[in-house]
Design a protein around this ligand. Structure first.
Ligand code: CTP
Ligand code: CA
Length: 237
């Protein structure tokens, strides 16, 4: 992975990477969260910067990761914060890579004081759907609010189920999201979450599909950035 990491093919490019998980508050002491460690997104940001890109890392909560060198880090808490930060940074970017685990739902109401046991205790938590940041970027590109040549990359962790295998779900998700690339991790059986290694597939909007060899998150980052590099509008002059 060394030679890739040292390529300077992204000099002059602006890349936004989201990483980590969002937390959706329920009351002053509780939240809905997820197990994202942020390692994949941080690795992407680090490798992109090593390859010369100007990187903004929009980071949710992570497993105590150190900010990569020469990367501008914006810390966010909720899905709504993340959306605002990503939308703002996307305006001047060449590519946006959504590696974050964005909460799909938030508690509909935020209690101003701690929810207590006893009389009036809730037995369910009403949830409201959060905006889809990735789909919002694709929509904004489609209607001219973002440049037509912005490269948009999604990540998906999938398992097989009675409706289909991992790749079947991933192809449907790529079509539904409308992004240029979807990086797919097969999860379950201890894969992906909180692990150093990662493997899966990369699906392109043009129908091409490639397996991602098993390896470190840095190696996977190099492969993803190779694909992003191939989609960037060539620079003239
Ligand atoms: N994503 C996003 N905004 C959300 C949810 C997800 O931008 N509110 C992005 C993720 O960062 C990721 C991609 O969408 O790049 C796919 O996330 P995933 O959770 O797999 O997709 P969903 O459409 O939420 O589908 P599912 O119902 O399977 O969770
Ligand atoms: Ca989701």
């Amino acid at each position: 992975e060394r030679p890739d990491a040292l390529r300077r093919d992204l000099v002059g490019r602006k890349i936004v990477v989201s990483a980590g998980g969002t937390r959706e508050p329920l009351d002053p002491v509780r939240f809905l969260g997820n197990r994202s460690s942020g390692k994949q997104g941080y690795a992407l940001a680090r490798v992109a910067a090593q390859r010369g890109a100007e990187v903004t890392l929009v980071s949710g909560f992570t497993a105590d990761l150190v900010a990569p060198a020469a990367v501008d880090v914006v810390h966010v808490k909720t899905a709504s914060d993340m959306r605002a930060a990503v939308d703002k940074c996307a305006a001047g970017a060449d590519a946006v890579v959504m590696a974050a685990a964005v909460a799909d739902f938030r508690p509909t109401t935020l209690a101003t004081s701690k929810i207590k046991k006893g009389a009036g205790e809730p037995d369910t938590i009403p949830l409201t759907r959060n905006d889809d940041i990735l789909a919002g970027l694709v929509e904004a590109r489609g209607d001219g609010r973002l440049p037509a040549d912005l490269v948009i990359v999604g990540f998906a962790a999938e398992t097989g189920d009675q409706h289909g295998d991992v790749l079947t779900h991933a192809r449907a998700k790529l079509a539904r999201k409308g992004c240029d690339l979807l990086v797919v991790n097969a999860v379950g059986e201890g894969k992906a979450f909180e692990m150093e290694d990662n493997d899966g597939w990369m699906l392109s909007a043009d129908g091409s599909e490639s397996a991602l060899e098993h390896g470190s998150k840095a190696l996977l980052s190099s492969r993803v950035l190779d694909a992003v590099g191939g989609l960037l509008t060539p620079r003239t002059g």
